[in-house]
Design a protein around this ligand. Sequence first.
Ligand code: NAG
Ligand code: NAG
Ligand code: NAG
Ligand code: NAG
Ligand code: NAG
Ligand code: NAG
Ligand code: NAG
Length: 311
Amino acid sequence: MDQILLILFVFFCLSIPNFYAQQNYSGNSVTNCDNNDETGPSPAFLYTCNGRKQSCQAFLIFKSQPPYDTVSSISNLTSTDPSEVAHINNITNSAEVLPSNKEVIVPLICSCSGQYYQANSSFTIPTNDDTYFTIAQNTYQGLTSYDILLRENNYSATSLNPGLILLIPLSCACPTSNQAVNGTKFLLTYSVSSGDNVYDISERFNASIRSVVHANGFTETVLDGPVIFPFTTILIPLSTEPSSSQTIIRYPPPPYSSPIIPLYKYNKRSSNRLYVWTGIGISLLVICFVLSIVLLHYKKKRNEAAQKIGK
Ligand SMILES: *[C@@H]1O[C@H](CO)[C@@H](O)[C@H](O)[C@H]1NC(C)=O
Ligand SMILES: *[C@@H]1O[C@H](CO)[C@@H](O)[C@H](O)[C@H]1NC(C)=O
Ligand SMILES: *[C@@H]1O[C@H](CO)[C@@H](O)[C@H](O)[C@H]1NC(C)=O
Ligand SMILES: *[C@@H]1O[C@H](CO)[C@@H](O)[C@H](O)[C@H]1NC(C)=O
Ligand SMILES: *[C@@H]1O[C@H](CO)[C@@H](O)[C@H](O)[C@H]1NC(C)=O
Ligand SMILES: *[C@@H]1O[C@H](CO)[C@@H](O)[C@H](O)[C@H]1NC(C)=O
Ligand SMILES: *[C@@H]1O[C@H](CO)[C@@H](O)[C@H](O)[C@H]1NC(C)=O
């Protein structure tokens, strides 16, 4: 009986990550060409339609890159309303050329289509060099996926030509009931750059690390947070609309070194930890010192008293 309970307990503990996962992080699977979702939704395509609502307000972060470096070109690329993009980013002139790698908030309406959430956009293929892969990873910065582009467009991967118009389903999601209960009103789709780590992103958008871990179904519990890869997206649960004050310009554009991101953070965290332990050590020493003085004092008094009685 006890053994059965133990097994049940262990099973329950092991299943907690998936139990709480609101969506699953795609990890490196976005770069595979043989993903399939015949047995159920796959995070290599888009986020699963599992929210409280079939349609909701959502946001994504696009990093300005020529030629998509003005409010009007970015809203054209994402088929969104330029005045909304300008307003939420506190930009008055939608033709103003933004610095490269400036994060731009794009508000959009996210809806279920089949088993996935998506926000539809349309894109006219500009050059001969474009493929589904470069469009998903470079032009759209991982905010859509190769697999979904191939599925939603009638052109085979080898028959893309300049001037063809593609349907681009952008990656987005609506809060689950579980998230809504905890105060999440919106989900922001964040496209990961090399050098990012989950702690800093969560802090910047005022989301608890716990809520971000649950939102993305991260299971790793390594010291420096979940491992994330450039050109993938993570979801950030927000309790208020994002603001331009939370966005940054990411520069210098880090040289591509390793997809495993957070050496810098690792050092920072472990040195923080060092400070914490040093602090605890010093406090303990001080407490010991004070205690021993107090004890000595009492011992002396007791001895004095004993001597008096002895007299
Ligand atoms: C995440 O993955 C787990 C295990 O594969 C699965 O049970 C769960 O349904 C997935 N969640 C979503 C939202 O797709
Ligand atoms: C968006 O850009 C394309 C060219 O890339 C252009 O043909 C189209 O008219 C633009 N759409 C809007 C709404 O400006
Ligand atoms: C918007 O920009 C103006 C001037 O550039 C600045 O004074 C204001 O604080 C900004 N607002 C927000 C919400 O960042
Ligand atoms: C987006 O496009 C898909 C595929 O064409 C379609 O089924 C869906 O209804 C569209 N969604 C919206 C909100 O227009
Ligand atoms: C793709 O082809 C199917 C039939 O072959 C057609 O019904 C559908 O409208 C086409 N979709 C687009 C976006 O052209
Ligand atoms: C951050 O979120 C908390 C609640 O989660 C809220 O009380 C606080 O005002 C937020 N801070 C900012 C700067 O938005
Ligand atoms: C949501 O709140 C419940 C308790 O109400 C808690 O158990 C759960 O961990 C929270 N989920 C997230 C994603 O913070």
